[in-house]
Design a protein around this ligand. Sequence first.
Ligand code: NA7
Length: 552
Amino acid sequence: MSAIRQASAPATPYDAIIIGAGFSGLYQLHKLRDELGLKARVLEAGGGVGGTWYWNRYPGARCDSESFSYSYSFSKELEQEWEWSERYPSHEEIRRYLNHVADRFDLRRDIQLNTRVKGAAFDSASDLWTVTTEAGESFVTRFLITAVGCISAANVPDIPGRDSFAGQWYHTGRWPHEGVDFTGKRVGLIGTGSTGIQAAPVIADSAAHLTVFQRTANFSIPARNAPLTPEFIQEIKSNYPALRELMRGTTNGHPFAISPDSALAVPEEERRARYERAWEVGGLRFRAEFGDLLTDKAANDTAVAFIHDKIREIVKDPAVAEKLIPRDHPFATKRPPVDTEYFETFNRDNVRLVDVKADPIEAIVPEGIRLKSGEIVPLDIIVFATGYDALTGSLLAMDIHGADGHSLREDWAAGPRTYLGLQAPHFPNMFIITGPGSPSVLCNMPVPIEQHVNWITDCIAYMDAQGYSRIETGEPEAEAWVAHVNEAANATLLPQAGSSWYLGANIPGKPRVFMPYAGGMARYAALCDEVAQAGYRGFRFSSGQAQRRQSL
Ligand code: NA7
């Protein structure tokens, strides 16, 4: 490794190599370069900025967070000048926003696109990382910061015969930029997570026929998307400080408080009226209607019963409604989708639901999908809305070697191990933005992203002020944090969803470990602050190598 470094090392190493130009990578570059004056470079696999939104262009793709909250808070000017057009931002609008940010803060000159990182190795003799790309370039850096996103490694299930399919197939997370024309086509959509639920109604609108292959029935709440009025936009713009404070003070980083009321403490009629109102308001706010929906099974059952009734009301064919009713997990223990006419889609003449638990997909054949019953569903296009190897997939796709020959893949073979989700033992000077063990995907993502980036930036500034060249955490810290992550998850109903990607259950062979921190964003941020104030408790600093480098 040091031989590679010597062969290709530039005279001055980078202070930081940031992998990924999504929400987190862009902000991290701005902070390190423009606030600390460091030499930083972003390496991005895509042909543009945007991270997951560069790739996710499938029909109906939009964020389930409300637009004004799915934004950066670090620049008051940016908040005032950017105008969101709809309650939920479409993928196009998010890309426009992130491109605007890249231009406004002059970030592009330090972002290298079309550059996929293959691996990285730490050299303990110099406290430097060497990052190598698939094209064979290498970069030497003091800090390695992964900003690779939690849901970006696409999961295309290995269904026998996939390559024999005579039509076209696409994964929603790798959607062709030119779009896909469904006109006159028979389309098969596999997967009913947030993505499949967004895509199905839009595909059904233009396709000749749509077959939805459902493995696990899912809960979904109407999004109630709508254009934003000038009055609403004005109100938001005048209230940003209070809204940001609200977002940072909650469990999930959304701009609304979770009610402290128990669903069981109110009379049935009032509870129903509140659910009705929340259903009309729509979106993830439904989950916040009562404070114990994620901690008390009996409370959760009341939401489950309400949504079951709604599905029965909306879907005209009772047999189809029964198949669409989720029974295997409590509400919101898998990431709760929000939809625009998802259940209504099954009332269309050109839409069919196939329950693949009852009749599993056996193979893909040239003419379509063959089920276990022997039926062949004829198809021209297959859309895989089959999700991601979430939280660890993008990190482990790279071959990362830390100190003393530790490989991240090997160290995490039984599940990811981090301290605060920010660093793994044996991987000095490597920071992970929204890694496993961070509240990440349980939140409105910009909130944990900004908090992590601020914390990492402060930590690097502290190291430079103290003359430290190396920061690392240890096994006991990771062990205690993993135990705390488990404890926080077990205090909720979240681990009860056996098929959840929070647990890695969607990827065959992946260790079943509850990965995000369920203790809440506000509590997590307070813990990180406490750690920093206590001299970065749980991290060890050293400066020997920097001094040695200087004396060479
Ligand atoms: P998800 O939520 O992981 O959903 C994937 C869906 O695909 C889900 O219904 C899966 O069923 C289904 N799936 C996965 N593999 C298969 C196979 N082999 N056969 C049939 N069905 C399968 O991914 P999304 O893209 O919808 O959402 C990801 C996140 O992006 C979302 O939660 C938001 O945070 C944004 P399962 O439930 O595993 O039985």
